[in-house]
Design a binder for this molecule. Sequence first.
Ligand code: ADP
Length: 605
Amino acid sequence: MSFAAEAASGVPTLPEVHSGIPQYLLEKATHAKNWVFEGRTKEQRARQRLPVVPLGIERDEFLKALSELKETLGNEHVEINDKPLQDGWYMEHPNTHDMMTILDDEEFVASAVVYPSTTEEVQEIVRWANKYLIPIFPISMGRNLGYGGAAPRVRGSVTIDLGKRMNKILNINAEDYTCLVEPGVSFYALYNALEERGLRDHMWIDTPDLGGGSIIGNTVDRGVGYTPYGDHWACHSGLEVVLPTGEVIRTGMGALPGNNTWQSFPYGFGPYSDGIFSQSNFGIVTKMGMTLMPNPGGYESFMYTFQKEEDLAPLIDIIRPLRISNILENVAQLRHVTQAIAASGLPRTKFYSGTGRIPSDVIHAAAAETPVGDYTWAYYGMSYGPAHIRSHKLALIDAEFHKIPGCRKIDPSTLPADEYFWSRDRIAAGIPDIHELRWVNWAPNGAHIAFSPVSPIRGADATQLFELGKAVQDKYGIDFFPAFCVGLREMHLIVEIVFNRDDPEEKQRALRCLREMVDLAAAKGYGEYRTHLVLMDQVAGTYKWNDGALGKFNERLKDALDPNGILAPGRCGIWGKRYRGFGWELGSERTDGGSEGHGVGPRVE
Ligand code: ADP
């Protein structure tokens, strides 16, 4: 499709496709699409591509294997990736590659995409992969943007797009507040289903910033949302998993035939095995249970601003006891004003055309023009429950926050409908949105990738990480977007780097900057909670206590469960035996820009 045609076509809706937008967001999504294409200069590759055949198999043998798989799944459910790579945008994203790639477009690409419709077909695909030693990479929706999207780590892997045909909500239990979903159920779709069934006033979902991802994909990658049920992994209960050798298991109570507690008691009996299926490559999740939140009977968003960068440390120390005692009830965000300016959706060039980090006075001048006025940090939170309960908590928060000189409580009635605050308000109430895409327009052909270290909720740690990130990003001349997401006993600093994915120099700079921040943070005891494909080996390498004992344990599990190493090789820095020793790991020392090793080992007998 040409650029213009792509931009002009409508946004797919939920009744049309499983990955579509709900009606209430259609207008907003159409605007978002226009913005994305206004800043787009990157040409799509016009040439027809050969499929990238994975290392370890000859082209003819590979094509023969795919023909065999077509017989099993049906011709139309096996697609060879031989068309020009098309980046699309959030709502029309590719399942063949990372639309926000930081390496060359041709690195993290699939050779083919397959579409199973049942757990049995997933088992067939896994057995087929073992027969031919072809790497496979499961995705649910493939919208894991900033972490690799739909892309496989090993070039030429066959992507298993689970979501396209396995997208049923199998059960919503309104009495127990639970549900059971397949991989292709997005946050948008679950929210819509509650609306359609008249259950929305009864129960809430928890959604991340953008609601187009799948509940399963986000949860297994340990994503977060912003209601009190924001820790998705902690809120799931029960998995069905296809193992890398083709067997299928149900975890927790799901292992007991005839049980009726799979979605309400996560542990069952014996070792709690679910953990090894998150941020790993040990299995393919085909069903998952999730808990839903009772409607709290009222809610109220609040926003406070703080004037100075140095307010960070005392503020974090104020937040800690409030958060641990649940006065601050949700994973709340403390955001730097620079990202708020970018969240206007306007490109950086509207504010500044120089190189290096955008000067503070430019940002503050822009902030002064907004309805919120000038500030450095904004805290977005929500209080839940009936008014008399909220008022008690809100009074405590107000008194504590006002201990910081210059603190301002923003009156929501002064804010226009498209102000970022209202997007935070919806998300903290479990209403999925699409607003958060806007700051990606900061750069032309905007893409993003994150530095996301975990630390205690302590002022000294916040300051240390803030200073570290700022110094390294200044060195590389990159605008700095820090946001602290405060969990119950820890916080993640999320620093998004926005880059032009059509500019090789800018991409390289962003990657070098990230690598340096990861290593410097690790040297001070801070580790990433989640990361992009390109950084997985490096991040896994920082978890190296006792001569890398945890990494070795993961390798032992991998070799036992996946002897041929066919399932998502390299994901989260875990490589099966056939890949080890062939130079697949990506770290700072790798400077050729490639992502492949120099071969693979033979079948493991
Ligand atoms: P989303 O559905 O939120 O868009 P993705 O489908 O991109 O998320 O999944 C995020 C990551 O989690 C993927 O890169 C993949 O490695 C892993 N993943 C997703 N779904 C599954 C699944 N059903 N089983 C195992 N791993 C999965």
